[in-house]
Design a protein around this ligand. Structure first.
Ligand SMILES: Cc1cc2nc3c(=O)[nH]c(=O)nc-3n(C[C@H](O)[C@H](O)[C@H](O)COP(=O)(O)OP(=O)(O)OC[C@H]3O[C@@H](n4cnc5c(N)ncnc54)[C@H](O)[C@@H]3O)c2cc1C
Length: 309
């Protein structure tokens, strides 16, 4: 691991000014769970490391029925798993957090780090896409805040729209709609401590008749260069009656949307098949939840990780 100068910021302003002073070879770190691996492998060799973990403004998490969920970028994955409002109103996100690594990593890893690392297989990302997340960030020059839909945030594997030195500060999820259910399922060769071979999150909102799909959003992970929304599949279900046939057609379209690669975790053909299976499974469960109220979190946690063997 190459040597670097370590700096600690206690406000957003301080972090941005540290970046400006030492640019360009500076890297922010939050939980450092990606940073340690990448720097030990020699992939990341910054001259300066700015630790943002002690910035209180980035640690706040709040929920209101009017404004929805606001997650400071430093919200840990363990907090996402345990947060009552996340479990109740955004269950796919709590399930994604429960499927994530082991407890030690979950306590360090942050949602902001998961987003900025921009891995196609990042576990929180399909669920955040399914909830229409918005990312607030602040650039180092003007200190101006901008908001980017998560859907437009990723530009390639490991790449985002963030400019050099720009800090992700907050993630906003719109308020939950009534009659909504959601679930994330991660498929991986092992049941624990592995990244996703495929991850699918579906959120379904039913109309007042409880038979028509008012809205649906499907996020797919590990099956394209970035996490993606399955828009064409959503279009098949939105506004139409929910039947076994319409759910199956939607899942089939999600399967067609995926453009995975072959790697050690699974072939492209296999991954596409799994997208179809998991989309159908998450949709069916989400519809059940939307009709019957929330599913017990323990059940969701059990469903969230589906090992191949
Ligand atoms: C053993 C192990 C198991 C893992 N298992 C999983 C898993 O199951 N699922 C999964 O998705 N990931 C997994 N990961 C990857 C990692 O834990 C996650 O990507 C995590 O969310 C990263 O968060 P962090 O705070 O540790 O990021 P860091 O390592 O601190 O930073 C990651 C990157 O994001 C940038 N960054 C961080 N925060 C900000 C910010 N606010 N603004 C701008 N840039 C920022 C950093 O500069 C860096 O480039 C695992 C990692 C390990 C070591």
């Amino acid at each position: 691991m190459a040597r670097f100068e370590y700096l600690e910021a206690h406000t957003v302003r301080q972090a941005l000014s540290m970046y400006r002073r030492h640019a360009p070879n500076v890297r922010y770190v939050a939980g450092s769970t990606d940073f340690l691996i990448r720097s030990r492998m020699g992939n990341w060799n910054p001259e300066y490391v700015v630790n943002i973990q002690h910035i209180p403004a980035l640690q706040r998490t709040s929920f209101s029925r009017r404004n929805g969920l606001r997650l400071g970028a430093l919200t840990t994955v363990q907090t996402l798993q345990d947060h009552e409002s996340v479990q109740t109103h955004y269950p796919a996100l709590a399930a994604a957090a429960a499927s994530f690594a082991g407890v030690q990593v979950r306590n360090l890893a942050t949602v902001g780090g998961n987003i900025c690392n921009a891995s196609p297989a990042g576990d929180t990302l399909p669920a955040l896409l399914a909830f229409n997340a918005q990312c607030l960030s602040t650039g180092p020059e003007q200190g101006e805040q901008r908001s980017t839909a998560l859907d437009e945030f990723f530009t390639g594997p490991g790449r985002t729209v963030l400019e050099p030195g720009e800090l992700l500060t907050e993630i906003r999820l719109p308020r939950p709609e009534p009659n909504t259910g959601s679930l994330y399922i991660k498929h991986s060769p092992r049941g624990a401590m592995d990244i996703a071979t495929v991850g699918v999150a579906s959120a379904v909102t039913l109309a007042a008749d409880r038979r028509t799909c008012k809205d649906v959003r499907i996020g797919l992970g590990a099956v394209a260069p970035t996490p993606i929304r399955a828009y064409a599949a959503e279009g098949i279900l939105r506004g139409n009656e929910i039947t076994p046939e319409s759910l199956a057609a939607c899942a089939e379209e999600a399967r067609n949307t995926a453009s995975p690669i072959d790697d050690v975790r699974g072939s492209a053909v296999y991954r596409k098949e799994i997208v179809g299976v998991l989309t159908l499974r998450t949709l069916e469960r989400a519809v059940e939840m939307a009709r019957d109220g929330t599913m017990a979190f323990e059940t969701q946690r059990r469903l969230a990780v589906q090992a191949a063997f």
